[in-house]
Design a protein around this ligand. Structure first.
Ligand code: CA
Ligand code: CA
Length: 108
């Protein structure tokens, strides 16, 4: 099992982290950390993953359980980066579908 420190270890010593790391860190502060305390709590996680619904406590708890590496009840930006695919997969299904419509002939 990989830890957050191991995941980000390759970036900690870098003078300039990869662009996607910088971008996700900026996104975290701008979009996810609504009360600017440096962590994402359950309410903030739910607002990000399932913004239109009230009855999603179970799904939010599932996401938190899979992402909160140190089990402190909050998601740090590093924990979110470590599990970025989980977040994107939860929210962006429709977005992916749209991309395929826009570029129907492009195969990965
Ligand atoms: Ca917060
Ligand atoms: Ca945590």
């Amino acid at each position: 099992m990989i830890t957050v420190a191991e995941f980000l270890g390759q970036y900690h010593d870098a003078q300039t982290p990869p662009a996607w790391v910088r971008r996700q860190r900026e996104d975290f502060h701008k979009k996810f950390d609504l009360n600017k305390d440096g962590k994402m709590d359950r309410e903030e996680a739910r607002a990000w993953v399932l913004p239109e619904r009230d009855d999603s406590h179970d799904e939010t708890a599932h996401l938190m359980d899979g992402t909160d590496e140190n089990a402190d009840g909050f998601l740090s930006v590093d924990e979110i980066l470590l599990h970025w695919n989980l977040f994107v997969g939860s929210q962006a299904t429709d977005h992916g579908r749209t991309l395929r419509k826009v570029r129907p002939h492009q195969e990965l």
